[in-house]
Write a protein that binds this ligand. Structure first.
Ligand SMILES: Cc1ncc(COP(=O)(O)O)c(C=O)c1O
Length: 382
């Protein structure tokens, strides 16, 4: 089996992640932040260690501003519905995932004004067009850091400057780039960073989070869920403290333990080294697929401008047929169709059939890339 679906979720996870999850359940199974006994304190320590690991990886101002969620979708919903109300203006790009577009369309039906800035056919974004769309009443700008369809990397720092110049906040969807590209919230000017734990960070499903920069006061953001936090239990009103205001209910302790171990795995190897390896393999995959007759590859030709995703169509073949044959005949697992991002497929001109997406990850070997190119060639020949 060759797993080339790392943009959906990474697999296999490093053994350290599995061990950390088992250890949490075996030896630290208390409820973090609730009871005062040793198992609860140990669970709380593991959760705090994971917060510190997240803060250190992303240059977050304070580990307590790392809010754990179940995935990037929940983090994005928290940010969007927590910050936007009727009359507010929000700007998004034409390459967003439905984790951004669906909450935005819902908010739009409740009176939020939405501008979607078109991107080019390779998924790239002209920062000038984004700047022109941001006005004095813009509360928030939301953008993906890299497309889950084409891998195209978007110009976050330029957009941050344009947003701040007009008093707007910048929310970045780092689902595809957390653990894949270097991200420093403070130097890039990112106010809110939504990440998922189960892709590049090597953590298990059911993990992710939202990091709030210093410019985002808790008092200006509503939580998604209200309830028990283990703190200020005498009050029936939701506390205002970080992270408790946004983390009601028992946390996913084993998942967060695994996420912490995944991030430490990434930090130990170094983001730059992981990126260099993926870049080399991504280049080989992209060149190999582009050289097959009848194939159209979407996204930038220069691998430095994208994550290691290769999205393609082939004349005379449906993406679903290619995906099925890669799985059945060659044991190659990839993802076909619209990848939960119809806006991005409209942008690149592949709506409604979508593309075949091959997505590399930290566990991918060079021989697997070569086997994938050979398999696509054979499928398209027959
Ligand atoms: C760009 C992008 N945003 C958001 C998401 C949603 O992530 P999650 O599955 O963690 O909710 C994904 C996952 O596919 C994604 O690729």
């Amino acid at each position: 089996m060759i797993y080339l679906d790392h943009a959906a979720t990474s697999w296999p996870k490093p053994p350290e992640v599995l061990r950390a999850m088992a250890a949490f359940l075996e030896r630290a199974g208390g409820n973090p932040g609730r009871s005062g006994h040793r198992l609860s304190l140990e669970a709380g320590r593991i959760v705090y260690d994971a917060r510190e690991a997240v803060a250190s990886l992303f240059g977050a101002p304070d580990p307590l501003r790392v809010l754990f969620t179940l995935n990037a979708t929940q983090a994005l919903n928290l940010a969007l519905s927590g910050l936007l109300g009727p009359g507010d203006h929000v700007v998004a790009t034409g390459m967003e995932h439905n984790a951004v577009m669906r909450p935005l369309r819902h908010l739009e039906s409740g009176g939020v004004r939405l501008t979607v800035v078109p991107c080019s056919r390779d998924g790239s974004l002209d920062p000038g067009k984004m700047t022109a769309a941001i006005g004095p009443s813009t509360r928030l700008v939301v953008m993906t850091h890299a497309s889950n369809v084409t891998g195209t990397i978007l110009p976050v720092s330029e957009v941050a400057r344009a947003a701040h110049a007009r008093g707007a906040l910048l929310l970045v969807d780092a689902a595809q780039t957390a653990g894949v590209l270097p991200i420093d919230m403070q130097s890039a000017g990112i106010d809110l960073l939504a990440f998922t734990g189960h892709k590049g960070l090597q953590g298990p499903p059911g993990t992710g989070g939202l990091i709030l920069g210093e410019g985002v006061p808790a008092s200006e953001m509503a939580p998604l869920v209200r309830g028990g936090t283990g703190s200020r239990s005498e009050h029936e009103i939701q506390p205002e403290d970080f992270p408790d205001k946004f983390e009601s209910g028992t946390l996913n302790g084993p998942g967060i333990a695994g996420l912490g171990a995944g991030i430490r795995w990434v930090l130990d190897r170094g983001i730059d080294a992981l990126r260099a390896r993926e870049l080399e393999l991504g280049r080989a995959l992209s060149e190999g697929i582009r050289n097959i007759a009848g194939v159209t590859v979407y996204g930038p030709e220069n691998p430095e401008e994208s994550t290691s995703i290769v999205s393609f169509t082939a004349a005379g073949h449906r993406p679903s047929e290619i995906g099925l044959r890669l799985d059945d005949e060659f044991g190659i697992l990839c993802r076909v169709g619209l990848h939960c991002a119809p806006a991005a497929h409209r942008t690149i001109g592949t709506f409604p059939e979508g593309t075949v997406r091959l997505a590399l990850g930290a566990a991918t070997e060079r021989a697997e890339v070569e086997a994938a190119v050979a398999a696509v060639r054979k499928v398209l020949r027959a």
